[in-house]
Design a protein around this ligand. Sequence first.
Ligand code: MN
Length: 200
Amino acid sequence: MFTVPALEYEYDALEDAISAEIMELHHNKHHQTYVDKLNQALKSHSELQTKPIEELLRHLEDVPEDIRTAVRNNGGGHYNHSLFWRWMSPQGGGQPEGELLQAINDRYGSFDAFVETFNEKALGLFGSGWVWLQPNLDIITTANQDSPLSQGLPEALLGLDVWEHAYYLDYKNHRDEYVKNWWRVVNWPVVQERYEHLRG
Ligand code: MN
């Protein structure tokens, strides 16, 4: 059975960018619902229950058709949010360091230009979805709860949830303000660690 991972900080720890009210709803209700529905879908397919979520999402074509959409959406939701919580920290913000910063500067000209490009992608994404920074430093978007994994791509270094449930209570329709403030809580040490492991 899949479970929602505990946060490594309190619900009110990210209030520079995201209120405790949103964090609690998002983690305790939205993420929990993805996990409950994923477990429900896998109930009749015990052979899939022990597979890592990454493997299920990488090989959706191997998931039986009657539960494929449920696994794609709810398994995707579980995977994406499990990472999202770790990509934020009350000690977050600022810039990455070392080789990751150098690579970002080489690719985008500067850290600020990188942030601007990422934000444009977030604002340009129609409807619900995610923005991802890939190990090759491409910035891509996916709809709904899809992730780079289900597109045959490597796991992301960093991702941003731009579903309305992630910001609407705080920012109403101002996705741009949410996206701008989110950088204040980005957990760069985790992103750097992923860069070291995931860049091929
Ligand atoms: Mn979400």
